[in-house]
Design a protein around this ligand. Structure first.
Ligand code: C5P
Length: 250
């Protein structure tokens, strides 16, 4: 895989509170291609930020984890397509019809507006939820079983892929082969601190297990030189077997 394809695999999480901080982070990462805008930044700045990213020629991953009635979610997807986002997230637990209507809205709007259709990604079980909490909200099955069930539903309802933890990559790949894209956070290079992420993998490990895209925030945005940290991760993906990248985290 060439360097630019590897760069496209890394999505930078813009976990900042306003557009000034977002633009500063994006401007400092000239080789990064795609940036994730989540609830905090979107609620603060709205779609005006999309224009800024487009001027800087960056792709947008809109991570709002939509979950509402099918009509409302389809409407939100149409708006996002018109803004030219490349990827967006939808909760799989919103059900088959909600996802199917979202997929249909994305296809139709992209065709009418003559823009690229965004990739629709299903969120399965939030990794912040433990088994006991799932039980509290009425989900009885084990986490892995529930993730597989929702990934299956996402695929049959027309989602392009799922967001999952690094630990879930292999089981989803095993069942779906290359038919579902896999996007994973919880990534930590061997040289970066784990912070609050618990079940982590290095970038090369996650790609080796079958991840298509890696969502990485603080190891890059919080580094002394974000551009160097980004380049170092791309190099690790280029030569995944280098033992220097595997030394124990200290
Ligand atoms: O800074 P860090 O690399 O931990 O950022 C990871 C990003 O992925 C954050 O935006 C975080 O909200 C998101 N995320 C996560 N774990 C999940 C789902 C999303 O870390 N299960």
């Amino acid at each position: 895989m060439n360097k630019d394809d590897l760069r496209k695999k890394i999505i930078i999480a813009l976990d900042v509170k306003n557009k000034e901080e977002a633009v500063a982070a994006v401007s400092g990462l000239k080789d990064a291609r795609t940036f994730k805008i989540g609830l905090e930044l979107f609620t603060a700045e709205g779609p005006a930020l999309f224009k800024k990213l487009k001027v800087l020629r960056k792709g947008i991953f809109l991570d709002l984890k939509l979950h509402d009635i099918p009509n409302t979610v389809a409407g939100a997807v149409r708006s996002a397509v018109r803004h030219g986002v490349q990827m967006m997230t939808i909760h799989t637990s919103g059900g088959r019809d909600m996802m199917a209507r979202a997929a249909e809205a994305a296809r139709e709007t992209a065709e009418t507006e003559k823009v690229e259709r965004p990739l629709l990604l299903g969120v399965t079980i939030l990794t912040s939820l433990k088994s006991a909490e799932l039980d509290e909200v009425g989900m009885k099955s084990d986490v892995a079983g529930q993730v597989l069930r929702l990934a299956r539903l996402a695929k049959s309802a027309g989602m392009d892929g799922v967001v999952c933890s690094p630990q879930e990559i292999e089981m989803i790949r095993k069942e779906h082969g290359r038919d579902l894209l896999i996007v994973t956070p919880g990534i930590r290079p061997a040289w970066a601190a784990a912070q609050d992420q618990k079940r982590i993998m290095t970038p090369a490990e996650a790609v080796g297990k079958g991840a298509d895209y890696l969502v990485i925030g603080r190891p890059i945005t919080g580094a002394a030189s974000p551009q160097e940290a980004f380049a170092r991760i791309v190099e690790e993906l280029e030569r995944p077997d280098d033992p220097a990248d595997r030394k124990d985290r200290s």
